[in-house]
Every structure is written in structure tokens, then in C-alpha cells.
Design a protein around this ligand. Structure first.
Ligand code: ARG
Length: 673
């Protein structure tokens, strides 16, 4: 059931009598902002009036006379300058509700336009700790995959693991210089992580040390600049010729402030670099190691290059380490309940990289620049480098090889890359290459997302400066979820009592759901602040609130089942309800019915904008509407079969919609909370 699609289709037919291009006007149907004026509104006549050079109200009257909206709507009303307000007829709502009761997919139909959609998501670089940005990719990608699948599309999920990059050079270097074969063999995951951290710290130390000189110079320049801007701003401000200079003063002040901010930013960079340097210098053991390994950044690149070139020792180490690195991330995926159809990491494409360069050469697209092989693209300031001077291939080269492989093997209509927005330039360039490579029939989309921020409003980090360990984050959310959902006050109301095992299950479902929902409910393009307390709150736009609403529906169903002495109340309701027994006696019933009937619309909207937050918003609205219904409409103790059945159907369908909706977002429910 898709009410707006139905209305759009009817509008399209009527609009075709007024214009040659009715589709864009038919699309101008929205859910009404104020339910007092109707359920939907069309503002097509405002634009159509302009196009036809006639008053919108006149067009609206004409359109309404040609609209065939039976039996879905009451007679449309024309409002204001020419809006058309539409109110769905109660009988249409109740008969749709009846159909939904018998529909296994909560009223959501399969698409007629089935597409093959490949989704590239999660894709962490293994061998270094996975961070919170990869959770966001994982959670958004998985939700998109589920939603597209649910609508009937053919979805292929592929985790493009970074399993071939410098991070392996780092652990190989660490292992060769600081590792102990027996210790690593006995406890590979934590030991490799230690080796990664130590070697990486040495690299960061060298880089920070080196950058400090340049940063100091940059700071001096910025300070000089800021001083000049401030002086200029003060001069304008003290100029007595106030009339002419108000605007200029504002401009000068803005420039001075921007210059001051730049000084602060550089100072912060210096501070961060100094912290890294100090951490090593002030630790005699580390300082000694650092002195001995001054060459580590270059040495790590050499180890990586040797691995790529097929050096036997480094390949053997890679083969030894990779399964352990995968185990590590698989633990996180298990915990999140995420699976992939394919995990073709970067290493999978290694043999194809020379071919990519050769193909581009043959097409005459490459140019040598400073010894590197580059592709210069129209509309970009800098070229795309596909092979470095030392022969190494790049991230972009692998992405091109991956695209060719995906086209050959999967032939998708679309590929979605669910990747951090900081990589947008990479994807713009990479997508621009598709055309010259002759891959014009695949739609390539960078589904970008913003940064997860810590409490301080900066990209989330732990005190040591490394990105926070994911598992501790998940554990933390689960612990808080337990405090909220299973606190003594709530436990006291549970009958039968809630045993420890059930409490733990609830805590896991609520805690993991909270993290996922936080990632999904903010529009993906925005940064958001990670705040566990807000995430697990029982009130507000949280998974916890939705899970709690679901549990309430189930508790009501159980109680009515007890009251009526029926085993399976849902099956009973489906089998024993006739269409004419569904009737509204309260506005809150009607409001809930229409919310439930918008489920398909919400999923459609979310997939077409690649924006799972639209489904979150829908679920939140529905849960709130349910809460209003719950306050206004008693379900228990009703003797009138019409009232009882109508309300039971609404409760049951609310449960189904919330459960299904959360499932699409990768979030579970609890039968009681
Ligand atoms: N491994 C990359 C990272 O962690 C993300 C890869 C995304 N997928 C792709 N096909 N480039 O930043």
C-alpha cells in the first residue's frame, strides 16, 4: 500500500489533460503538514498556473473536476492561492487496514522495477583497529541493503576490505623488529595489535617531529596575518565616517576573526604534534627505540612494497597475519549481526592492477608526471595518480580494477559506495573515469556520511589520541542500556520476574540497537555527537523508545489474550475479523491507521534518497502516534466487538510495522521491556 503513489497516479492522469509533461506536477504531493486540513496536499497548480499563465485557483478547479479519486479520497478541497487538500476516506483506510492484516509484509509491495544493486560498505582497513567511522558505514550500508532487498531488488553486498595496504607493512616491520614468534603465535590478535601500535607510534613520532618546524613557521605567518587583519579591523571600526563603513567594519571584523581562528587551528595542530613527540621523548624505553628506528616511515613503505612485489618472507607473513586480522573484525560483525555476500578485499584485485594502467595507457588517457603515471581529468585541478614513481599502485587503481571486475562478474545497474565524506574528491575523480572506460551503464553513487564526534565536538578519539576501541564502545552502550531498561524500578513491575539472562539479552538488543540507531537517525551527511546517555534514553527519537513501544504492543496483546482466553491472539484476530468490523470510533485510531499505511512510502523515500533517517523519522512519528492512541483508546475490557477488533488490529499492526521497520535498520526488538 502506497497512498502517495496512488494519489500521484490519479493526479498524473488528470494532469495529462492539462499539460504534455504531467509527471513532475503529479510528483508534487506531500503529506499534509497540518492534519486538520487533510492527509495529503498537492501544490502542483502553483507551478502549473505559472506555466500556463493562468491563476492557480482556476487551474485547481479544473484539475479537481477531472480528478478521479474514488474510492480513496473525499472530494478535494481547494485552499489558499490554489493548494489541493486531500483527505483519505475512512472506509478506504479501514479496508486498507483489513488488507494489511492479511498481508505478510506489513502492506509493503514488491517493486515492479527490479534492479541489481551492489553495495560496497564497511570496508575497514584490517590490521589496524577498526574505528567508529567504519561502524557508521557498516550500519548505513546494511540498512540500505535490507531496505532495497525488502522492496524486491537484487542486492549484492561486498565488503571491500583494506587488506593489502601500508598497515601490513606496519605490522610486518613491527614483527621483524620487535616481535617474538612464540608470543605472537600464542596470542596473535592482541600481540599484532601491540606491534601495530608501537610501530605506528614511531611513525607518528617521526612525522610529528618533522612537521613541527614547518608548523612553527606557519604559525608565525598566521600570527602576522592575524595581527594585520586585527589592526585593519580596528582602523575601520574607529573610523568616524560611520555610515559608509558599517558594512566594511563587519567584513574586516570577520576577516580578523577568521585569521584568529586559523592561528588557533595551527596552534592546536602544534599541540597535537607536541603531545605525540612528548609521549616518546619522556619515556626512556620508547625514546631509545625511536632513536634506533629513525628510518621507520620509509622502512615501512619498503616492507609494503616488498609484500606487493611478491617477496616470499613478507607474503608468508601477510598470509599468516591476515586470518587473525579478519577474526578481529568478524568479532565486531558478529556482535553487530552484520553479514556480507562477498568480502573481496583489495588484495583480491592485486593481479589486475597492471592491466588497469595498461588499459588507460591504450586509451591514451595517461601522462607521466614526475615519474608517476597520472590521468588528467576535465574539471579537476589535480590529476588522478594511478601508479607512483616507485611502481606502487594506489587506492584509486584498485577501485578501478574493482569496478571492472564488478561489471564483468555482477553486471549491476547501480553501485553504492558507503564511505566517509572526506573521500568525496576521490570518488568524484574515480567516477569521472567510468565514462572513458566505457562503463556508462552503471550508476555510481558515493553514499557519503559525516564524522562521529566526541563529547568535545571533535572527531571521536580516546585520551591517548587513538581512535576509540570499538568493542569498548559497544560494551559501554550495552551496560548503559541495562541501567535504563532493567533498573530496579522497572524490574519490580515485571511479572513474571525478569531473570538475569533475559535482562542481558535485552541489554544487548537495546545497547547495540541504540548505537546503530544513532548512526542511522541523523541524516548521513551530517556530523553528530556520540552521546551514549541520549542514545539509550527511553524518550525521544531513539531505538529504545521504538523498542519500548513495540514491547507495549506485545504486552497489550498478551493481556487481551489472557482476558479473552485465546492462545494465539494474532492468528485469532486475522481469522476472525471481517472487513466491516474495522471502523473508527476515535480520531486517534484513524491517525494511527494512516501512519501504519504509510510504511511503504517511508521505505521508498529512504531508499530513493539513500537516507535511512527517513525510515527512522517515520518510525518515530508512528511510535508517537501509537502513544497518543494508547492514551486515548482503551483496548482491554472492551465488549464491543467492533471497537475491540479495530483497536487490536491497530496494536498488532503497530507491532508488526515497528518490528519490521527496526529489522530493516538491523535492530532487534524485545517481547517485553
Ligand atoms: N578502506 C577504506 C577506508 O577505510 C574504505 C574503502 C571504501 N570502498 C572503496 N571501494 N573505496 O577508508
Amino acid at each position: 500500500m502506497n497512498l502517495s503513489a496512488l494519489l500521484r497516479a490519479r493526479f498524473q492522469t488528470a494532469l495529462a489533460t492539462l499539460t504534455d509533461d504531467p509527471a513532475p506536477y503529479a510528483a508534487m504531493i506531500r503529506v499534509a503538514a497540518d492534519p486538520r486540513f487533510g492527509d495529503y496536499q498537492s501544490n502542483a497548480c502553483m507551478s502549473l498556473g505559472k506555466q500556463l499563465g493562468k491563476p492557480p485557483r482556476e487551474i485547481a478547479a479544473l484539475l479537481v473536476s477531472r480528478l478521479a479519486l474514488d474510492p480513496a479520497c473525499e472530494t478535494p478541497e481547494i485552499a489558499g492561492p490554489g493548494f489541493i487538500n486531500l483527505r483519505i476516506r475512512d472506509e478506504f483506510l479501514t479496508s486498507s487496514l483489513f488488507a494489511m492484516l492479511h498481508h505478510e509484509r506489513a502492506g509493503v509491495e514488491l517493486t515492479d522495477l527490479r534492479e541489481k544493486i551492489l553495495i560496497d560498505y564497511s570496508s575497514p582497513n584490517v590490521a589496524k583497529p577498526m574505528h567508529v567511522g567504519h561502524i557508521r558505514s557498516t550500519v548505513i550500508g546494511a540498512a540500505l541493503a535490507e531496505m532495497f532487498r525488502f522492496l524486491g531488488h537484487d542486492v549484492i553486498t561486498d565488503n571491500h576490505l583494506g587488506d593489502w595496504g601500508t598497515q601490513f607493512g606496519i605490522i610486518i616491520y613491527g614483527y621483524k623488529h620487535f616481535g617474538d614468534a612464540d608470543v605472537v603465535a600464542a596470542n596473535p590478535v592482541p600481540e599484532l595489535a601491540k606491534l601495530y601500535r608501537l610501530t605506528n607510534q614511531l611513525i607518528e613520532y617521526q612525522k610529528a617531529n618533522k612537521s613541527l618546524i614547518a608548523l612553527q613557521a606557519k604559525l608565525t605567518d598566521a600570527q602576522d596575518h592575524a595581527a594585520r587583519e586585527t589592526a585593519a579591523s580596528n582602523a575601520v571600526a574607529s573610523d568616524t565616517n560611520t555610515n559608509t563603513n558599517a558594512k566594511e567594519a563587519k567584513k574586516a571584523l570577520k576577516a580578523a576573526q577568521a585569521a584568529a581562528r586559523r592561528v588557533d587551528a595551527i596552534a592546536a595542530e602544534i599541540n597535537a604534534a607536541q603531545t605525540k613527540v612528548k609521549a616518546v621523548d619522556e619515556d626512556p624505553r620508547l625514546a631509545a627505540i625511536a632513536a634506533e628506528h629513525a628510518d621507520v616511515p620509509a622502512a615501512v613503505l619498503r616492507e609494503t612494497a616488498k609484500m606487493h612485489e611478491g617477496d616470499a618472507e613478507n607474503r608468508a607473513l601477510w598470509e599468516q597475519f591476515l586470518p587473525h586480522c579478519k577474526d578481529e573484525i568478524n568479532r565486531v560483525y558478529d556482535r553487530l549481526g552484520v553479514t556480507f555476500d562477498h568480502t573481496l578485499g583489495e588484495s583480491f584485485y592485486h593481479d589486475r592492477l597492471p592491466g588497469v594502467v595498461a588499459t588507460l595507457d591504450k586509451l591514451g588517457l595517461t601522462k607521466q608526471s614526475d615519474g608517476a603515471v597520472c590521468v588528467f581529468l576535465d574539471g579537476f585541478d589535480s590529476p588522478m595518480i594511478i601508479q607512483k614513481r616507485d611502481g606502487a599502485y594506489l587506492y584509486a587503481t584498485t577501485d578501478l580494477a574493482t569496478l571492472q571486475y564488478r561489471q564483468e562478474v555482477f553486471a549491476p545497474n547501480r553501485i553504492l559506495y558507503v564511505v566517509d565524506s572526506r573521500q568525496s574528491e576521490h570518488f568524484e575523480k574515480f567516477f569521472a573515469m567510468a565514462e572513458p572506460l566505457g562503463m556508462t551503464d552503471i550508476e555510481l553513487i558515493h553514499v557519503q556520511f559525516g564524522t562521529v564526534l566526541g563529547a568535545d565536538g571533535r572527531p571521536m578519539k580516546t585520551r591517548s589520541g587513538s581512535l576509540i576501541g570499538l568493542e569498548s564502545l559497544l560494551n559501554d552502550a550495552v551496560a548503559r542500556a541495562k541501567d535504563v531498561a532493567c533498573n530496579p524500578d522497572r524490574l519490580a513491575t515485571m511479572n513474571p520476574p525478569m531473570l538475569e539472562e533475559e535482562q542481558n539479552r535485552i541489554a544487548e538488543t537495546v545497547g547495540i540497537g541504540a548505537i546503530k540507531y544513532a548512526d542511522l537517525s541523523h541524516h548521513r551527511a551530517t556530523d553528530y555527537r556520540f552521546d551514549v546517555d541520549k542514545m539509550v534514553a527511553l524518550e525521544g527519537n531513539t531505538a529504545t523508545y521504538m523498542q519500548y513501544s513495540y514491547a507495549r504492543t506485545q504486552s497489550i496483546l498478551r493481556r487481551v489474550a489472557d482476558e479473552q482466553k485465546i492462545d494465539d491472539i494474532q492468528a485469532w484476530l486475522v481469522e476472525n475479523t471481517t472487513a466491516d468490523q474495522l471502523q473508527f470510533s476515535e480520531p486517534a485510531e484513524r491517525a494511527l491507521a494512516i501512519a501504519l499505511l504509510r510504511f511503504e512510502e517511508a521505505i521508498e523515500g529512504a531508499v530513493s534518497a539513500y537516507a535511512p533517517n527517513q525510515l527512522c523519522d517515520y518510525l518515530y512519528e508512528t511510535a508517537k502516534t501509537y502513544s497518543t492512541f494508547n492514551d486515548a483508546c482503551r483496548v482491554l475490557g472492551n465488549s464491543d466487538p467492533i471497537v475491540l477488533r479495530t483497536r487490536l488490529a491497530l496494536v498488532m499492526l503497530t507491532g508488526r510495522v515497528i518490528k519490521q521497520g527496526l529489522r530493516l535498520l538491523g535492530i532487534g526488538v524485545c517481547e517485553r521491556m
